[in-house]
Design a protein around this ligand. Structure first.
Ligand SMILES: Cc1cc2nc3c(=O)[nH]c(=O)nc-3n(C[C@H](O)[C@H](O)[C@H](O)COP(=O)(O)O)c2cc1C
Length: 356
């Protein structure tokens, strides 16, 4: 970890309100993203390019480490991600309707556990406004890494109309997405996780697949890979049912996992009871989900592993279980802006020992 971040910047940041620091970080990265000379110099210096770039679900990634959804909810900071070393970035969660999310405070730090609890509930500017932002900032020619777009259900949309909500966001943002992440695993909104199973999931994915096929044939464009983001709180039987639907409908990949609504015993005395826990304490849970998905699918479905990855060993374990890529969020907060670069580099060396 960068000692300046650890000894000077982080202690100052951690004395402030987590959401205020987050807003400040997004602002700084937005400025960096907009200032092309510095951004491209930093990209040259920091973006780790693997010898053999990873190609999964038809998309090429310069390295295996991505920025997970939730950091750049409104697509303001994504242009700076490659300059920090990330090999891809996922914006969102974006919903059809602009919404303010749950009441504050809604982010809590647990430094001794290297963990966070968040109860955001998808605050975002709404799909149309975010598409407008992207229409001004997205530049295919200068973009160095794939952009994932994570979509979810608006709070005001009833569960029965969820598919319409996701399809609206899909259509609004399709021009910018290298892949879509379908978020059905957020623990912070009443109904979202109900979309993970049975007919609800089938109906949702069918509607999205139909929208994708229609767009592809109307515009003569390639289909956009669609990945499903799942919860670490599913039983193995529930994962089996999800995989059945995923294979039936030709979903392109799984992102495992989102935050957990459970708490480890060690945090029982002090962790917020409501909200999704992320960071170090969820690593084992996410690893088990990744392991199970990879094993049950016989490696046939690409997996992006996310959940509590805080060092090279964790990331390597996820890749060894069969994941193709990893993402981080909480470790980015605890280990600093260049942690992705460090991680991508160490994974690169691990794959190419002759380089050491
Ligand atoms: C503050 C915060 C906000 C998040 N918001 C979202 C979100 O909007 N959509 C989503 O799919 N995941 C969201 N996540 C979950 C992360 O993308 C990731 O799946 C989870 O935090 C586990 O990874 P980590 O332990 O590396 O943080 C959020 C996580 C945090 C900590």
């Amino acid at each position: 970890m960068d000692p300046i971040y650890e000894k000077i910047i982080r202690p100052v940041f951690f004395r402030q309100d987590p959401e205020a620091v987050h807003a400040l970080a997004v602002k700084a990265l937005r400025m960096l993203g907009a200032f092309a000379p510095l951004r491209s110099a930093m990209e040259k210096f920091n973006l780790v390019r693997d010898e053999n770039p990873v190609k999964v679900f038809g998309v090429e990634f310069p390295n295996r480490v991505g920025l997970a959804a939730g950091f750049d909810k409104d697509a303001l900071a994504f242009r700076a991600a490659a300059a920090l070393g990330f090999g891809h970035v996922e914006i969102g969660t974006v919903t059809m309707h602009k919404q303010s999310g749950n009441p504050k405070p809604r982010v809590f730090r647990y430094p001794q556990d290297e963990a966070l609890v968040n109860y955001f509930g998808f605050p975002n500017e709404g799909a149309e406004n975010i598409a407008h932002t992207l229409s001004k900032t997205f530049d295919k020619k200068t973009k160095k890494i794939p952009l994932g777009v994570n979509i979810g259900k608006s709070k005001i949309t009833p569960l029965e109309e969820a598919a319409k909500d996701y399809v609206f966001s899909y259509n609004a943002l399709a021009d910018y997405a290298d892949y879509f992440a379908i978020n059905v695993s957020c623990p912070n909104l009443p109904d979202v996780r109900k979309l993970q199973l049975g007919e609800n999931l089938r109906e949702l994915l069918n509607a999205l697949k139909a929208a994708d096929a229609e767009r592809a044939s109307k515009l003569g464009k390639a289909k956009i890979p669609m990945l499903l983001k799942i919860s670490p709180d599913l039983t193995f039987r529930e994962i089996d049912s999800i995989l059945e639907t995923v294979f039936d409908l030709g979903v392109d990949g799984i992102i495992a996992t989102n935050t957990t609504s459970t708490r480890p015993e060690s945090m029982a005395g002090y962790a917020e009871k409501i909200g999704g826990l992320s960071g170090k304490p969820i690593f084992e849970k996410s690893l088990q989900a990744v392991k199970y998905v990879c094993a049950q699918s016989g490696g046939k479905i690409p997996v992006i592993a996310v959940g509590g990855i805080y060092n090279t060993e964790c990331a390597a374990k996820m890749l060894d279980e069969g994941a193709s890529l990893v993402q981080i969020y909480t470790a980015f907060i605890y280990n600093g802006p260049f942690f992705a670069k460090e991680l991508a580099k160490s994974l690169h060396w691990r794959n190419n020992p002759e380089w050491i």
